[in-house]
Design a protein around this ligand. Structure first.
Ligand SMILES: [Fe+2]
Ligand SMILES: [Fe+2]
Length: 282
């Protein structure tokens, strides 16, 4: 086995082949290599690692200063899912003031950043030539998790419902259930990360199983399924994607309210306002 650089050059067809690639092709090839490497590491972890059980995860609940379902805007970002005795909890960071009429891109920059998971999932979907609606679905699929992690697909779909097509909202809502069910024909396997997060012996509750069955028979099943196949947990820590890469797709498929998200009197405006000011005492 060579160095990482030698391995990468070998996988890409040698140094000459790498040198002859366009800048963009080389960036894509390096990203593919990094993803494959991370996937292989995850597979190895699955085979060799002892994952927690549901009961062990349950025992940690009252050992934390926050609930696991709290949205990521409401807890410090340097938390660890693994309880480490004696390690103090972190602090939340101060949030910047948002414009008077905030846009979706403002939320990405000022509330969701770095949003690597969303941006890299959407970039992967774009590179694979998915439809613009699927790319937007990937970009927004876990947005609900900033507000509440528990049932994040449902919160996320509700947040965007007034502004996107029914297909995009469907995809975001049902990706949550579909994540628990493999679809090898679509290239989707049960995520290794879920063994760690939910417990090795976890069985999804009846409402998730029912949502899966409903989605499976639905004409938009593949919209939700494609969101799961681009849902990257083994993302590349060295790859930075800017939300501007999706400005055109957002412009075509997200109806930005003139008054700004949070101020358009829509049924979900208060949910956006809560993300504008998660520090409000009431
Ligand atoms: Fe998700
Ligand atoms: Fe995700």
């Amino acid at each position: 086995m060579g160095t990482l650089r030698e391995d990468m050059y070998a996988a890409l067809g040698g140094a000459d082949a790498v040198a002859s690639m366009s800048h963009e092709a080389r960036a894509d090839a390096i990203e593919d290599f990094a993803i494959a490497k991370l996937d292989a590491a995850a597979e190895k972890a699955r085979k060799t690692k002892t994952f927690p059980t549901v009961a062990e995860l349950d025992a940690r609940i009252d050992q934390r200063g926050y609930r696991r379902g709290a949205g990521s805007l409401f807890r410090h970002s340097n938390y660890s899912e693994t309880i480490k005795p004696g390690v103090p909890e972190g602090k939340v960071k101060r949030l910047s003031k948002m414009p008077a009429a905030p846009t979706l891109i403002d939320f990405f920059k000022q509330r969701f950043a770095p949003a690597a998971h969303l941006l890299q999932s959407a970039a992967l979907a774009k590179r694979k030539g998915e439809s613009e609606e699927v790319i937007l679905g990937c970009l927004l699929h876990d947005m609900g998790g900033y507000l509440l992690k528990s049932d994040h697909g449902y919160w996320g779909a509700q947040l965007i419902e007034p502004y996107v097509s029914e297909r995009v909202a469907f995809g975001v809502r049902y990706h949550q259930a579909l994540r628990f069910f493999a679809d090898p024909q679509s290239g989707y396997e049960y995520p290794v990360r879920y063994y760690e997060a939910f417990g090795f012996d976890y069985v999804p509750p009846p409402y998730i199983q029912a949502a899966y069955q409903h989605a499976l028979k639905h004409e938009w099943y593949m919209v939700a399924r494609h969101i799961t196949t681009n849902d990257l947990y083994t993302f590349n820590p060295n790859l930075t994607i800017e939300v501007e890469e999706f400005t055109d797709i957002i412009g075509r498929h997200f109806k930005q309210p003139r008054e700004g998200l949070g101020y358009d009197n829509s049924p979900v405006a208060h949910m956006w306002r809560t993300m504008i000011n998660p520090d409000a005492p009431l």
